[in-house]
Design a protein around this ligand. Sequence first.
Ligand SMILES: *Cc1c(COP(=O)(O)O)cnc(C)c1O
Length: 398
Amino acid sequence: MVLKFTGSFTQQEAIPEKAIDAAIAVMRHGRLHRYNVAPGETSETVLLEQEFANLTGARYCLAVASGGYALTAALRASGLKQNDIVLTNAFTLAPVPGAIQGAGGCPVFVEITKDLVLDLDDLKAKIESTNAKFLMLSHMRGHIVDMEALLKITDEAGIKVIEDCAHTMGANWNGITSGRSGIVGCYSTQTFKHINSGEGGFLITDDVEIMAKATMLSGSYMLYESHLAGAPIEAFENIRLDTPNCSGRMDNLRAAILRPQLENLSIQANRWNKRYRKLENGLNQVEDIRLISRPKKEYFVASSFQFCLPDFNEKQIKSLVLACEIRGVQLKWFGASSPVGFTSRHDSWRYVDKQTLPKTDAILSVLLDMRIPLTFSMQDCDIISEIIKEEVKNIKLN
Ligand SMILES: *Cc1c(COP(=O)(O)O)cnc(C)c1O
C-alpha cells in the first residue's frame, strides 16, 4: 500500500480561546475603530503596539492594515521620492515590488545566492550601477543574509535599509531581532505568517520623524496623542498638515485577536522549528536533494521549508510536483513559466522594467517550497519527507 498524506498544507491552527474571548468583548462593546474609545479606555490596537515595541525592543511601533501597507508607508515616511530606485531581492513575494511601485519607487532586483539570501556581490554591483539610496531587504521564507556584512556595505554607501520581516517575526541574526538592523522593520499578520489576524501588519522604528510621518500616512487624523508606542506630539508639528492620509489602520478586533498570539510567539517558533528539523533530517542525505544550509548566527522561525533538485530538469520537477500532489504533498515550484498561486517571480511583475537575473533564475528553476502549518504533527513530517524521498527516487529511475 502506498503511503499517502491527508493533512492540509493551508490549515493553520485555530485562534486561541483567549483571543476569541477578547474579540467577542470588542464586538460586544462595538468600538472597533482604534480611535473610538470610552473615557479612560486604552484601545486594543494601542496596547498591541506597545507590546510589539517591547517584544522587538523598538522605540516606536505602528499597527497597520497589512504587511504590504507597512512596506509602502515605510518607504514614503523614509523620504522616498517619485522614481527613486529601490533595490530588493529578486526572490521575494509580490507585495514587495508592489509596495515599491505603490510608493512611487522603481524596483531594481538583486540576485540571490543558492542559500536564498541576497547576493552581496551583486548588491555592491547594483549600488555602483544605480546609485540607489534605498534597499528593501526581504528575509524571504525566513532566510536571513549575513547582516554584519550587509550593513557594512549599506552603511558605507549611505543606503537606507527597510526590512521586510513577513517571514522573520520572532527571528534574529546573532542575537539582534530581525527588523531592528534597518531604519524600519515591517511585519505581516496575514493568515500564513507567524501570528494570524487574517490581514494586518506592523512597522517598527527608532526614528521619530519616520514614525510621525507613518502615523499620519496611516490615517490618524489628529488623534495620534493616544498612541503609547508612538512619536511624541512635538514630532507631528511640522509634518501633520503636509502628510497625506492614506488610510491603512489596524482595528481593535484584529488587535484583540493578535495580543494573546504575540504572547505565545516564542513557543510557536519552537514548534515550527521542531517540525522543520524533522523534515530536514528526513530529507538529509537523500541523493539529488540539496537542502538550504542555515548559518549558526541565524535563529529562524521556520513556517515553511525549501529544497533544491540541482540536477533535475523541468520535466522531472513537474513530474515530481504532480506525483507528490497525488500522494497529498503540496510542493510549490518557483520555476514555472506562469505563476501558480503565490509563486510569481520577477519576470511576472510586468509593471517593473524587465531585468536580467540569470543566477536567481537558475536557482528558482530547481527550487521547491512547502508550508509547514502547526496543524502538522511530527509524524506528519515523517510521512511527508518519506513521500518526497520515494518520489524523487522514482523519477530518477524512470
Ligand atoms: C506576506 C508577505 C508580505 C506582506 O504581505 P501582506 O499580505 O500585505 O500582509 C511581504 N513580504 C513577503 C515576503 C510576504 O510573504
